[in-house]
Design a protein around this ligand. Structure first.
Ligand SMILES: [Zn+2]
Length: 254
């Protein structure tokens, strides 16, 4: 499995929110880079034409006002594009990117997100006729309203933001939904680790991230030749963030 990462993601000066917190990327990459079997691939920035599939030009111009932020947001979207392309070619990928994207809508943004990384990535492949149907699991603690806004006009792209009172019901909900899915070319995850029991969402244990990764692997093999990728969204409990991402990757990788 490939890890998509760029050293510039360590730049914590692009914003003053918790996604931009110093040490956040390091907490993940310090662990992943020590693991065997996870080669790291450096992405290039997305182009404006990539953003325009998911956003209005007015929205892009507003983000462009802040040069440092704009550069980071383009590089983050580029990381998501790398992940989707690698996955399409047959190898799973995890993009360790920031800023996150699932709260960025076509013409607005909030929640530490600027461009919709998931939308930019999927719509790029779709525009080239390489994929039509996709399943997006968003397991961040917060509903990915941006993903929904950007992707809802494509009925063949299905999105699940699972909601359940406890962790067992949460995992069950994911499995039940995947059991009903058909006609997809790729499985994608908006991977938010703030659903962790010690993070904002106060729900999932580390092992649950492993289980989610494993479910996505299993169903991607059944439904779409194993094509799957995940991109980082939230996750703010830095003490355990790397361990949780690693658990997910261990379930997700071959
Ligand atoms: Zn979140």
């Amino acid at each position: 499995m490939k890890i998509i990462f760029h050293d510039d993601y360590k730049n914590s000066s692009y914003a003053s929110d918790t996604a931009a917190a110093e040490g956040r990327m390091e907490s993940i990459m310090d662990l992943l880079s020590k693991e065997r079997g996870y080669p790291i691939l450096k992405p290039v920035a997305a182009g404006i034409e990539d953003l325009l599939r998911a956003h209005t030009s007015e929205h892009i111009d507003r983000i462009r006002q802040d040069e440092n932020l704009f550069r980071m947001a383009l590089l983050s979207a580029g990381g998501a594009i790398s992940a989707v392309e690698i996955a399409f070619d047959g190898e799973p990928a995890f993009a360790c990117i920031r800023p996150p994207g699932h709260h960025a809508s076509r013409d607005s943004r909030w929640g530490f997100c600027y461009f919709n990384n998931m939308g930019v990535a999927l719509l790029k492949l779709r525009s080239k006729g390489r994929i039509k149907g996709a399943f997006v699991l968003d397991f961040d603690a917060h509903t990915g309203d941006g993903n929904i806004d950007v992707l809802s006009e494509y009925p063949e792209i299905k999105i699940l933001n699972p909601f359940a009172d406890d962790r067992n019901a949460y995992i069950e909900k994911i499995e039940k939904t995947l059991n009903k899915i058909k006609g997809i070319d790729i499985i994608a995850a908006s991977a938010g680790f703030d659903s962790y029991e010690k993070d904002l969402g106060k729900k999932l244990k580390r092992f649950d991230f492993y289980l989610i990764g494993r479910l996505l692997k299993k169903f991607s093999k059944r439904l779409c030749n194993g094509r799957r990728f995940a991109i980082l969204e939230g996750g703010y409990y830095l003490k355990d963030l790397g361990k949780n991402v690693l658990a997910f990757c261990q379930g997700f990788a071959d």
